[in-house]
Design a binder for this molecule. Sequence first.
Ligand code: LCV
Length: 259
Amino acid sequence: MGLVNKDISNGIGIITLNNPRKLNALSTSLINDLCVCLEEMIEENARVVIIRAPAGSKVFSAGHDVAELPTNGRDPLTYNDPLRLAVRTIEHFPAPVIAMVEGSVWGGACELVMSCDMILASEDSHFAITPAKLGVPYNISGVQNFMITGGVPLCKEMLFTAQPFPVNRLVEAGVVNHAVPVEQLEDLVMQIANQIVKNSPLVISLLKEELRLLSAAHNLSPETFERIQGLRRQVYDSRDYQEGIRAFFEKRPPEFKGS
Ligand code: LCV
């Protein structure tokens, strides 16, 4: 596979994001390769899947590929956006998906990692949720995912500051299951994966789907949905949205005007 590597043995699948030239940015092509890998893992009866970056990575993923963010008045994070597809594919995958994190995780990659069933990270990893830095009106299900996983106080601090947070803050909030010295990370992940593989795949698959449905059981009235979408449109139609993306590529701080 082009931008991801795949390995499976003894029921344990390992998917390695492998586009270091683009810091594993979640481009359409990387996400497509990831989703194809996950589909193949189902066919090959993987009992657990580990998603990782190559050992020693300084950046786990730089998040959404900013070059693929539309600047022509289109919603940047619609239902069919590659990031949304990847999150749903992981959430619906019929077995546990473990995020094994080394390095820094940026923007939408934080949501991708949080959509996994467990996060095990090296103790020097960092997580930055960056829509406010880029001027991006994050979408409803993404914000809900952050809220459900991280809790509102931590999410507000991460979303409003758009700064990298050390992994211990996410461990304290219960977002990250374990943060260990990097040399212990792979052994711990494999230890947990081997414990999972010994148990009933049918029960685990049922439990995962039960937990997904119960935790997502927040119904939005059509009026509420439309109101939020209207607020989001005001942002992605704004000059600030264009400025955020332009500033990124010009490698300068954005000058947001609030319009
Ligand atoms: C395209 C990139 C990227 C990238 N896309 O290396 O959550 S939301 O709403 O914001 C959502 C829409 C989202 O996920 O947006 C993306 C959020 N990601 C970020 O804010 C991270 C942006 N990247 C960085 O802050 C730095 O690149 C890090 C800290 C990851 C690594 O810094 P480092 O100095 O090691 P460079 O910044 O020099 O990046 C190397 C090349 O990768 C490109 C970047 O433009 C540069 O390209 P050039 O060499 O052509 O200049 N790049 C980095 N991230 N997300 N391209």
